[in-house]
Design a protein around this ligand. Structure first.
Ligand code: GLU
Length: 280
């Protein structure tokens, strides 16, 4: 009797361990494609939670920003209502993994299309073109652009982001790069004086600057081209085509411009012309 119970407990433990292992193996994610999940009426979309104007989780639990608008528009075109979207935080360094593990269907998170990422994921879009710039305190007069980051200045960017990589490649000799997990942590470090500047895409920096008027400013001309794509599972051409159709429709029917005006119209950020979707 006692042996039996021990045996049963043992088998139970093994079964539990197997269940945990198999959930971990697929990251708890879905094996279905984004289009298939959308047909079931739901989507999980990765966004930023801390980038004002782009992807922000508000105190009341709602989400706002241009990326959220794009995500909701695209989901709508795939037949999914906003309240059927589960938004999941997608920090820069985790985006490819979240897609590869099936933990998100799509990522709309200031996500630049590049060849290195395309080895792991596919992109629809671009739906926006930004450029790398710098954010400093409003009273800073010494930092005017990337070439003025000399003399051991401390520059903050985010792990797994293209700006951090760019600085490492081009300016690493002159600057002390500090990499955090999110841009909001970089902005905190800038406010407290523990870094001299934050670098990432101009639209992200404009969103932070607008949040605290008169305290922070974006300096220098954009010095890279960042084509924002919607990340999806590699090889899922059906989803890619459907998302590209949705982006084109959003631009064509005026929703794209409306969304940008609503999120960035009051910030002074110069809203660029919409990009052309790349149908490769
Ligand atoms: N667009 C750049 C990137 O995808 C910077 C913004 C970000 O980290 O989200 O890496």
């Amino acid at each position: 009797m006692r042996i039996n119970r021990a045996l049963r407990a043992g088998i139970g433990a093994v079964a539990l361990a197997l269940a945990v292992a198999s959930t971990a193996a697929c990251g708890g994610g879905s094996d279905k494609s984004a289009v298939e999940n959308a047909k079931d009426g739901k989507l999980t979309i990765g966004i930023k939670f801390d980038q004002p104007g782009l992807g922000l989780r508000n105190k009341d639990g709602s989400y706002s920003g241009f990326d959220v608008e794009v995500a909701e528009y695209v989901a709508g075109k795939l037949g999914v209502q906003p309240d059927q979207i589960t938004f999941k935080e997608a920090p820069s360094a985790q985006r490819e993994t979240l897609i590869e593990n099936g933990q998100v269907d799509l990522i709309v998170a200031t996500y630049s299309i590049n060849d290195k990422r395309k080895e792991k994921v596919d992109f629809a879009g671009p739906y926006f073109v930004a450029g790398q710039s710098l954010l400093v305190k409003a009273d800073n007069t010494t930092i005017t652009g990337p070439e003025s980051l000399t003399g051991g200045k401390k520059l903050c960017s985010v792990k797994g982001s293209t700006p951090a990589q760019n600085v490492k490649d081009k300016y690493a000799n002159d600057v002390q790069l500090q990499e955090y997990d999110t841009y909001s942590l970089c902005v905190e470090a800038l406010r407290s004086g523990s870094v001299d500047a934050v670098t990432t895409d101009d639209i992200i920096l404009a969103g932070f600057a607008a949040q605290s008027p008169g305290q922070l400013k974006v300096v220098g001309k954009p010095f890279t081209t960042e084509n924002y794509g919607i990340g999806l599972k590699k090889g899922d051409q059906e989803t890619r085509d459907a998302v590209n159709d949705a982006i084109e429709a959003m631009i064509a029917d005026g929703s794209w411009a409306d969304a940008l005006n609503q999120t960035f119209g009051a910030t002074g950020y110069q809203i660029p012309a919409p990009p052309t979707v790349n149908r490769y």
